[in-house]
Every structure is written in structure tokens, then in C-alpha cells.
Design a protein around this ligand. Sequence first.
Ligand SMILES: Cc1ncc(COP(=O)(O)O)c(C=O)c1O
Length: 363
Amino acid sequence: MDSLFYHQHGGAGINSDAEVLDFSVNISPISPPIGALTLNDFALHAYPSIDGKGIKDFYKARFGLDNAMVLPLNGAIEGIYLLPRALALRHILALSPSFYEYERAARIAGAELTFLPLKSDNGFLLPGIEQLAEALLDAEAFFVANPNNPTGTEVPPEMIMALASRFPDKWFILDEAFIQFTPRFPDNSLMYQVMALKNVIVVHSLTKFYALPGLRLGAVIAHPDVISRLLYYKEPWTVNAIAESVATLLLNCGAFEEELRDMILSERERITALVSGIDGIRLAGGAANFFLAQWNGGCSLDALLSWLAERQLHVRDCRNFPGLEENFFRFAIRRPVENDRLLDALRLATLSSGNPLKTKPFS
Ligand SMILES: Cc1ncc(COP(=O)(O)O)c(C=O)c1O
């Protein structure tokens, strides 16, 4: 396994050239107004709280979640790796394609992973409840992202709740790293169901929505008994002093949250409408702040990607995901003017597709 390759995130390898528009990373295109902070603003001479109290304060004030239901994390990824280990999982069901780290976390914990393939011909939608129930028979846990990355498709929370009631001895682990971008949030989040359904566990992230990948902020949200079990296995002090201070500053970002949600919602609709008029590109997903796209524009995807890169536009080549080998790529929703640059380039690319582009792409 080439871990370097698999761990390469969307933006890796791109110089910090101000002109480059990086649509390959699916984080918010705008940042929260947390001010111009310096290291002196943080108590770096002392240990932070042992349990990431600033993050607990955030989830209590922002989402009304009791401290005992929240396990602060150094990014959602810490929870993804902690859960299979702490719950001693031996057999996990996951979707394919989905976030690669579930697979690696399961493998490191010694768990066997079974994949439920999502199909491009129905837009990568989750199968029906009976098919899911059958797939779950041999599994102890279902690891699923809502919305799923990279397909951008939603998991109906009602279906998960029905399955969680039907199989109380199985774990339902929902990765809601992108859920704040969805129009139905918070109604579609299972973070409010964990008291009623003890076998439902939510992994939440503050990385994507608040554009803070460098800080590492997230939490597991679960029934207090489950949190206690996880705590037994978790390393102390994984949330640093800067991260826990910034978590509380995010509580003053209501206007930012509204602006971001409005922007993503209207751009999602605009992009969907505009791309439907471009021959050679088919969109899937779009429930979060990114789209999965399939290129069929007359030249190879390699030619398209290098043509875009020449124009300082980067998208995520998704052909290394199982099931996405046929010319799939992912692009994030950015600011309107930035989205226009990508859409114009894609439109031009398809218009040029009648030419012998395989030898001379789009020039
Ligand atoms: C589905 C999904 N979950 C979790 C994460 C990781 O989140 P964090 O940066 O908070 O660890 C990612 C990052 O790409 C992701 O795509």
C-alpha cells in the first residue's frame, strides 16, 4: 500500500501561488471572522484542558449538546481511528466509494471491512433499507459519511434510525464532517438522536465548514456511556491550546455561518443549472459543498485536468476511488466569481471537444 499516495489530500503538490484556484479541497471558500490572532493570544506556557473543554463549550453553546455527550478531537480523523479500536470492532460495513480513512482505521484496528458498492447509474444513492439490512447481517458496525465524500450524496437519517432500532447490537457510525453545508441541517443530523439510540455515534468536524484544516477540531457525539468507553482508550491532551481557544471564538460567527450557507445553497443551484447545459459533464451528489462530476467531453480526463491546471484551476481526480475509474473528478463549490472561472473553462473545454483534442488538448 502506498500510504503517501493515499494520504495525499486534494491540495497537495500545488504551490501557494495566489492565482491558483484550488477546487480540489472541499473546505469553505470563506473564513470565519475570528480576528487577527497571534501566539501571544494563547496560553502556550500551560497545558490545555486535558479533555478539550473549549470544544465541549462550543458544542454545548452552538448545538445544545451536553458536555457528557461530546468527546473533543484533534479533527474528526482522530475519532475515525479511535472508534474501531475502542469498540473492538471485528467486522465493519462501509460504502464504496467513500472516505479512504475508514478502511485504513479498520485495518489498523484488525477489523475486516466489507464494502457496499454505490452505483453511478442511480447517482450513487444508498440502496434501500432491506438491501442495507442484509448487507449488515455479518457486520458489527456501519461506517457511513453523511453526506458521503466523494459522491456528495446524502444518507437518509430516517433510514439509519430505523436500522439502529432494528439492530440494537450493531453500531451506526455517522461521519457528519460535511453536514453543516446541507440545506436540511440540523434536522438531518443524528447528533440529536444519540440519547435515544445508544448505538448511534456521530463524528463531527469543524474543519470543513469553518475552513480550519490546520487547526484540527472535531468531536465524537454519542451517549455518555459510549463516550466513557471511548475515553478509556483515548490519549489525553490531543486538543491543543490554540484549537480549544479558537473553538469558543467560533461561537461569535453566526453571520458567517449564514453567509456561507446562503452562498453554498445558491451556488449549488446555479452550478447545477449551468452544468446541465454543458454537454460532456454529468454531475452527481452536490448535497454538501462539492460535486462529483463525470467527464465525457471528447478528450481524456488527463487532457482536461492538465488543460485546467494550465489555467490555474485544480480539481480532484477521483479515478483512484473504486467505482470512479471512468473519468470522475470532484470540485468544491467556491465563491461565485471563482466558480464562474471553472465553469467557463469547462464549457470552453467541451466546445473544443469536437477538435482532435487527444493530440492537442483545448489549445
Ligand atoms: C468524510 C470525511 N470525514 C472526515 C474528514 C477529516 O476531517 P478532519 O479534518 O476534521 O479530521 C474528511 C477529510 O477530508 C472527510 O472527507
